[in-house]
Design a binder for this molecule. Structure first.
Ligand code: ZN
Ligand code: ZN
Length: 132
């Protein structure tokens, strides 16, 4: 079982299945929607995703005619995206997962718009928390 929540924790969900596929998306829309260098999305079955609390706080923004991006309207955490022509699938933002197994990424998409400034140098300092 997968469990997760938004930042303010008012929206809580359970996924009654396994995450079996993980994509790294480098598209401009995902980067702006999440404010990050890239986004990690898992396609999961919408019928197995259950809202434990906060469903009324979910808000949809249609970044394309056929694609909505769903977030908590209290804290703005992005939770998933969904295409209107593929309602059986949602693409979960796995940074919101708090319990359960997330596999390593399987593939990357929209690599032509990947952030050229981003790379992880393991030789750079690695702190446990924020630097004061
Ligand atoms: Zn929230
Ligand atoms: Zn994307």
């Amino acid at each position: 079982m997968i469990k997760g929540s938004c930042l303010c924790t008012q929206v809580q969900y359970e996924y009654h299945g396994e995450i079996t596929e993980l994509a790294v998306c480098h598209c401009h829309q995902c980067k702006r929607a999440q404010g990050t260098a890239f986004v990690t999305n898992a396609p999961i079955e919408s019928s197995k995703l259950k809202w434990i609390s906060g469903e009324a706080l979910l808000k949809s923004y249609y970044s394309s005619e056929n694609k909505r991006r769903v977030f908590c309207q209290n804290c703005a955490s992005p939770l998933f995206s969904q295409r209107t022509d593929m309602p059986e699938t949602v693409r979960l933002r796995v940074g919101t997962v708090t319990h359960g197994h997330i596999p390593q990424p399987d593939y990357q998409i929209y690599c032509e718009s990947s952030s050229s400034w981003f790379s992880l140098d393991e030789n750079k300092p690695r702190y446990q928390q924020n630097i004061k």
